[in-house]
Design a protein around this ligand. Structure first.
Ligand SMILES: *Cc1c(COP(=O)(O)O)cnc(C)c1O
Length: 345
């Protein structure tokens, strides 16, 4: 069962807005709001006062357009030439990241300038060209010029300040327009990273923006039910490949979650679940629909009980660390099969 606290998401947005006083704060809803359900998350943020939304794909924007009427809805992954009429027809804003995309568009747009990511956005050479020929932007209503930080969650990385400086330099060469700089972690880098529009995603959903102590509210609680309890003898193995051997007589809880639900199968996954305040370790291979936990030391566990996989007893960032990944990947991998319960804002 996947519980999503829309009130906590709205609260996190308000917290970020408080930390970004001079400018607005958008919400990044790509990948179905990081797996949590953009159709439910977007109205909660709209009601909280958010007026700028970002997704990655045009298809995501088309689905969300009626959900956030009147708000800016922008597509980060750029403009595919044949899609321009769809953007215009539905009032969706492209983020233009190359001279070719600029040439395809008239109307409101964001302009993405690359300041070090080397991924999307105008290259330095393209910026030179645009600075020399500002007429290339004729007919384009620049809502924001934006760039994206490479390592905002590492506050000591000198690249952060370098990118802020390059961004200021780039904006100075372009027609005057509002600016958009920080993602979630960037908001916490301080006043030098404020702009007219911050673009947080992760922090809205409770992912730690990189601080020693996570200032964001928990949003997700994921629990899975114990289907069976089995007692195995020392020397017996559990699950596929016999990947785990009981070193002592053990009680195994067979739990209704698997890699088809986004629970990482990686053999290096050191996952544990929380039961009644204590942790029980994952043992054996994660299967498609089932996972096994050693509950020998948690004798109170009964068939039908719920083990907490993400929540107050097993924070998302710890789940990610144990699986050798980050909270972004854990959330965006959450499967479609969970019963989803949304706590209202
Ligand atoms: C995903 C993304 C964001 C949001 O980043 P978070 O780290 O989740 O806050 C902001 N800007 C761009 C360009 C992105 O691709």
């Amino acid at each position: 069962m996947l519980e999503v606290d829309l009130g906590a998401i709205a609260g996190n947005w308000r917290t970020l807005r408080g930390l970004h006083p001079a400018g607005s704060v958008a919400a990044v809803l790509k990948a179905d709001a990081y797996g949590l359900g953009a159709d439910r998350v977007a109205p909660a943020l709209l009601a909280a006062g958010c007026r700028h939304f970002f997704v990655a794909h045009l298809e995501e924007a088309l689905a969300l357009r009626p959900v956030v009427p009147g708000a800016m809805l922008a597509v980060l992954n750029g403009l595919w030439p044949s899609d321009a009429p769809l953007y215009a027809e539905h009032g969706i804003v492209p983020v233009l990241g190359s001279l070719a995309e600029i040439a395809e568009w008239t109307g409101p747009a964001l302009l993405h300038v690359d300041t070090g990511m080397n991924r999307l956005g105008l290259s330095p050479a393209e910026l030179d060209r645009l600075a020399d020929e500002p007429g290339l932007l004729r007919g384009i209503d620049l809502l924001f010029v934006m760039t994206h930080l490479v390592s905002a969650e590492l506050p000591d990385d000198p690249l952060n300040a370098t990118q802020a400086r390059r961004f200021a330099g780039a904006c100075a060469r372009l027609p005057p327009a509002p600016r958009s700089l920080a993602n979630s972690s960037g908001i916490f880098l301080g006043p030098g990273f404020r702009s007219d529009l911050a673009r947080p995603g992760a922090a809205l959903y409770g992912i730690n923006p990189g601080l020693a102590c996570n200032p964001m509210q928990d949003v997700v609680r994921l629990r899975a039910r114990v289907l069976q309890l089995r007692d195995v003898q020392a020397g017996e193995t559990v699950g596929y490949d016999g990947a785990w051997t009981a070193a002592r007589p053990s009680r195994i809880a067979v739990v209704s979650v698997g890699y088809a639900d986004g629970f990482p199968r990686s053999p290096t996954n050191q996952a544990a679940a929380c039961f009644d305040g204590g942790l029980v370790p994952l043992v054996g291979r994660v299967s498609m629909d089932l996972t096994t936990f050693d509950v020998t030391d948690a004798p109170a566990v009964q068939v039908g009980d719920w083990l907490e996989l993400i929540g107050p007893g097993m924070p998302l960032d710890q789940v990610a660390a144990r699986a050798g990944t980050n909270g972004y990947e854990i959330l965006t991998s959450l499967g479609r099969r969970y019963r989803r319960v949304y706590r209202p804002a």
